[in-house]
Design a protein. Structure first.
Length: 302
């Protein structure tokens, strides 16, 4: 099995143990090849203790998966009704996401309401931000796409479409599916963690940069509405009054970093305003520094 570790939930991030134990039978066969995203290296391998803990966790997950495979049983088998439900959710979510993606003015909105212009000039990664010089969204690579939406604190690719999909299914069926454990529970839990990092008040300040874009108000209305629908449904499925209230350590860790990340977002917004009227390299470098700081604060960015 080849897996990628860490990074944005939008691109497969999350618990490696959960991913392994919910993978198809016989997919690992005692062997795992793992890619770690660059932003996670300092978090997981900065010192011997962190590295040992992380590698021990990976080995433990692989051993568990190997034992299940050897016995020919799945930890959380998916029954046909659950599989049909997830296929339905996937179709509705995809359709909703594409409707936003193809809305009039969305490309220009993305350029103005996120710091993508500054991200593309960062000297990071082994590949350019775009596959070729083009104005098409399809030519933008996945990492800068997710990175940009994460920076403006909407983290849109991780959850947009989730609310509409979950709203189309009876809540009792969703709760039953969640309580079975397995893949559906992993997805819901990952989305809950992302939603806690979203801050629409900050995102709305970035939205102001796109106020002159045709259809911008309509785009924002869709984003805001879908977020609240997603939040409501995730809380109902997990039977919580507040996100991650049953996972104190994770919740406290996110909330502890939030004020510092918020401050960096406010600084970035002000610097972008200054840059628009005074495009000096020194200001651009300051903006790029805030990009790195926000990425560190949110932990999973691209």
């Amino acid at each position: 099995m080849f897996a990628r570790g860490g990074g944005g939930v939008c691109r497969g991030g999350g618990s490696l143990e959960d991913a392994l134990l919910n993978a198809p039978l016989f997919s690992a066969q005692s062997t795992l090849k793992l890619t770690e995203q660059g932003e996670m290296i300092s978090t997981r391998y900065l010192n011997n203790t962190s590295a040992l803990n992380n590698l021990s966790s990976i080995m433990g997950a692989l051993l568990k998966k190997s034992l299940y495979d050897e016995k020919g049983v799945s930890k959380n088998p998916i029954n046909p009704s659950t599989q049909a439900l997830m296929q339905h959710l996937s179709a509705i979510s995809y359709q909703t996401y594409r409707q936003l993606y193809t809305m009039q003015g969305f490309l220009e909105y993305f350029k103005q309401a996120t710091p993508i212009a500054f991200i593309q000039e960062l000297n990071l990664g082994s590949r350019p931000a775009k596959r070729r010089e083009s104005t098409q969204l399809e030519d933008l690579r996945a990492i800068p796409w997710v990175f940009a939406w994460t920076q403006n604190r909407s983290i849109l690719p991780a959850w947009y479409g989730v609310g509409s999909a979950l709203k189309s299914v009876d809540l009792k069926d969703l709760q039953a599916c969640y309580n079975e454990g397995g893949f559906f529970k992993v997805v819901v839990d990952n989305i809950a963690q992302v939603l806690l990092k979203v801050d629409l008040d900050i995102a709305k300040q970035y939205h102001a940069f796109a106020s002159n874009v045709p259809n911008a108000k309509n785009i924002w209305t869709h984003i805001e509405s879908e977020f609240h629908t997603s939040l409501e449904r995730i809380l109902q499925i997990r039977q919580e009054n507040a996100l991650l209230e049953k996972e104190d350590l994770v919740r406290e860790g996110i909330l502890f970093r939030t004020p510092y990340t918020n401050a960096l977002n406010c600084l970035q917004i002000e610097l972008i305003k200054v840059f628009k009227h005074n495009p000096k390299d020194q200001i651009k470098l300051a903006i790029q520094s805030t990009l790195i700081g926000i990425a560190q604060g949110l932990r999973n960015t691209g």
